[in-house]
Design a protein around this ligand. Structure first.
Ligand code: PRX
Length: 567
């Protein structure tokens, strides 16, 4: 039996009833995110309203209305289904920068009943291959600049039938590679859509775990209820807003709140396909008169580093609401944003697995700087004792942050990994893997992660993947990757390496190991430091005790060492 307990009654009369009502959905009826984010809005008369204001790092700009969004996603859905021969339920990966085709492709895959698998385009060979292999991906939609990585991965992926290139031009393509020129295809006004069930799989997002390969978090179309309502209530989206979510859709924030939530609400989104640069970002906010901005602590810390003075050179008077996710939002960042933008960043907490915001500082609520806020109405959250698994029931006492798995957007499974999924539940609670406390006023305070996963700039990086990549260097016998404190990214990766007998440490070797990693991982997962050590702390059963290495980095007590193996 699934540990996720959904009582459809709650979606009619309960806290989520408002979303079901607004989206005109009733239990038992089909539901499709792609349709809801485009066709439905045109029916409501929003066809001429801008849906996407897009700009890249060179200043190229494009503008699409909801009607464009409807037709282009229909056209692409038709192409995927019929020209590329893909079927409902198949995994279709989006391996693209933040180009318009990424946004159209996402909705198009959902429209034709496929499972959208967005992956961060900066992933190296191993990171890409692992996730395509695990998902048994049938097709990858990509662009010329990433085609080399996809081609290399495909050599070892028998299930991958099609590679679709959105900017192929006159490039010579190999068998199984298709050129997709969306603007040139006949426009499809009506796509004979696939009537997806509300519980049909929609998005497969990979998230890093402590052990084993990254896990595919499987979402369903019903999640739109959660994304719709939280985008409206927490991000405070209103009809005339211009909204910017600066997250890449390779991560869940970039899909739940960079595509689904805002568009299900019929909101105009601005998208910048460029990396971080303070002045560039301020110019973007100014140019598009962004009113609501969803960002992350790392970005805010970088803006702080460049000072308020820079911000004052731009007209940011349109900004009305600011929110943040991904890591603890430092109290100083809240204070700084009040001074600089005249309003605080509102912290929100959630995860890939929850699919939508679960704890938040709602607009109008008193912000206690440093607190994540309170559970979103409709979400039951608590802090449980690690031993008993029961709520700690005492203000200020830290424990494991747990949620009742009964809200629409919670994942339904980890792809092909029922054991890892089952391990997330205890006594009817979903365990987030984070530690937190609740104060007397019901505000939640983040304490830290309960596992070895590293949170670098709001991105989770699993030690296992880094350690596996490290072992591919012939001189490495063993390794461990842990989080090390960092002023900007909160945490960065530090690697500990035990060399094979007879191998000596020198600069060249370190460089070689780094090069091995660079080809395989994403820039985010790259260690900032490598320490060569004679041995690693281990349990008597031989498991590497990363928490011991981590505690040393943070200057914290190492805790219980009774299971540690003596050298
Ligand atoms: O550890 C928590 C941290 O990010 C984790 C979820 O990461 P991911 O699945 O990649 O999703 C990120 C964006 C939704 C959490 O388990 N985290 C997220 N938000 C906060 C946070 N830590 C502290 N405060 C937050 N507001």
């Amino acid at each position: 039996m699934s540990p996720v307990t959904l009582e459809t009654d709650r979606f009619v009369h309960g806290a989520w009833g408002e979303a079901a009502h607004d989206l005109e959905w009733h239990p038992g009826r089909p539901l499709n995110i792609g349709w809801h984010c485009s066709d439905r809005l045109c029916r409501l008369g929003l066809g001429e309203k801008p849906a996407l204001l897009w700009e890249d790092h060179q200043g190229n700009a494009r503008r699409y209305t909801f009607d464009d969004l409807r037709v282009l996603t229909n056209t692409m859905a038709e192409y995927l289904r019929h020209a590329a021969g893909l079927h409902p339920g198949e995994r279709i990966c989006l391996f693209l920068d933040r180009v318009p085709e990424l946004y159209f492709g996402f909705l198009a895959i959902l429209k034709m009943g496929g499972i959208a698998q967005p992956l961060f385009s900066a992933f190296g060979d191993d990171s890409l291959w692992t996730r395509l292999d695990n998902a048994g991906t049938a097709a990858v939609v990509t662009q010329r600049k990433h085609l080399g990585k996809v081609r290399r991965a495909r050599e070892r992926l028998p299930e991958l039938r099609a590679v679709i290139v959105v900017d192929a031009g006159d490039l010579a393509l190999a068998p199984g590679e298709l050129a997709l020129d969306l603007e040139r295809l006949p426009r499809v006004e009506r796509f004979a859509g696939h009537a997806t069930e509300a519980e049909a799989p929609s998005v497969l997002h990979y998230t890093s775990g402590t052990t084993g390969q990254p896990k595919g978090a499987q979402h369903v179309h019903l999640s739109v209820l959660g994304q719709y309502l939280t985008a409206r209530r927490v991000l405070d989206l209103r009809p005339d807003d211009v909204y910017w979510c600066n997250a890449d859709p390779g991560w869940v924030t970039g899909t739940s709140y960079g595509i689904i939530g805002p568009w299900a609400n019929g909101i105009t989104q601005a998208v910048l396909d460029a990396g971080f640069q303070s002045d560039r970002w301020y110019a973007f906010l100014e140019k598009y008169r962004v009113t609501v901005w969803y960002s992350a602590p790392t970005a805010i810390r970088l803006l702080m580093r460049d000072g308020s003075e820079l911000a004052r050179r731009y007209d940011l008077s349109a900004l009305r609401h600011l929110a943040s996710v991904g890591e603890p939002l430092n109290p100083e960042a809240v204070v700084w944003s009040r001074e600089t933008f005249g309003r605080p960043f509102h912290d929100t907490y959630w995860q890939t697995e929850t699919g939508s915001i679960v704890v938040a500082n709602l607009p109008g609520m008193e912000v206690k700087p440093g607190s994540m806020g309170k559970p979103f109405p409709g979400v039951t959250a608590t802090v449980v004792d690690p031993q008993s698994g029961e709520p700690v029931g005492q203000p200020g006492r830290a424990g494991l942050l747990a949620l009742r798995p009964d809200f629409p957007s919670i994942i339904r499974s980890y792809w092909r990994n029922p054991e890892a999924f089952a391990a997330k539940f205890r006594n009817g609670w979903y365990l987030t893997g984070d530690r937190a406390s609740i104060d007397g006023d019901g505000y939640f305070w983040f304490v830290g992660r309960d596992d070895d996963v590293i949170n670098t700039g709001g991105h989770l990086v699993g030690p296992f993947e880094i350690e596996s990549a490290m072992l591919e260097h012939p001189a490495v016998a063993e390794s461990a990757a842990v989080a090390k404190p960092d002023p900007v990214n909160m945490e960065v990766v530090k690697a500990f390496v035990v060399l094979k007998p007879g191998r000596e440490v020198d600069d060249e070797l370190e460089l070689e190991i780094m090069n091995t990693l660079r080809k395989r991982l994403s820039p985010l997962a790259m260690p900032q430091e490598i320490a060569f050590v004679p041995s690693l702390p281990k349990t008597r059963s031989g498991k590497i005790m990363r928490r011991v290495l981590r505690a040393q980095e943070w200057g914290e007590p190492v805790g219980d060492l009774s299971t540690m193996m003596e050298d």
